[in-house]
Design a protein around this ligand. Sequence first.
Ligand SMILES: NC(=O)c1ccc[n+]([C@@H]2O[C@H](COP(=O)([O-])OP(=O)(O)OC[C@H]3O[C@@H](n4cnc5c(N)ncnc54)[C@H](OP(=O)(O)O)[C@@H]3O)[C@@H](O)[C@H]2O)c1
Length: 159
Amino acid sequence: MISFVWAEDKNHVIGKNGKLPWKLPNDMKFFKKVTSGHPIIMGRKTFESFPNGPLPGRENIVITRNNDFSYPGVTVIQDINELNMDPNKNYCVIGGAQIFKLYSDIVDKLFVTKIDHEFTGDTFMVDLPWQKFELVSRIEGKVDEQNLWAHSFEEYERK
Ligand SMILES: NC(=O)c1ccc[n+]([C@@H]2O[C@H](COP(=O)([O-])OP(=O)(O)OC[C@H]3O[C@@H](n4cnc5c(N)ncnc54)[C@H](OP(=O)(O)O)[C@@H]3O)[C@@H](O)[C@H]2O)c1
């Protein structure tokens, strides 16, 4: 199974200058809960946005065209077809936009955090075949002094 896990603002912004445009600890917790124990697939730029290297408790798979790229504890692939996907595993594609695009026709589940705010950004979520998905869960996040914007956690499954 392939799941997408991402957060976006009202205009589908997902990134700015190689980083997330916001600080939203509730979303970090949600991300950890959804992805822990599962392989995560990401683009080289998203990997390089992590301050401490690979995320623990998950197989980190990085896609790059650079044959020389390597990092301890990371599985590196140059093409998505290189990955021998185990049908019993839930592969979490965690971005960025370039990598979501590669999997958008075959993704099974969507976990999106919708942030009710307009940020400036330079990277946007790709178009998805939304008509083929149905909402199965929606949870409102808690706004507080650490989590300044209204946000909700939505989960969709392929119909
Ligand atoms: N809000 C969210 O949920 C979320 C999630 C993830 C990322 N982001 C943000 O999104 C931004 C990064 O996204 P991005 O779209 O610019 O970059 P990205 O998808 O993370 O990485 C792009 C890189 O992936 C590699 N790549 C792309 N297509 C490939 C292919 N077909 N075959 C082999 N390698 C391929 C290339 O690496 P090489 O150049 O090394 O060849 C390319 O430069 C950052 O700002 C990040 O913080 C946000």
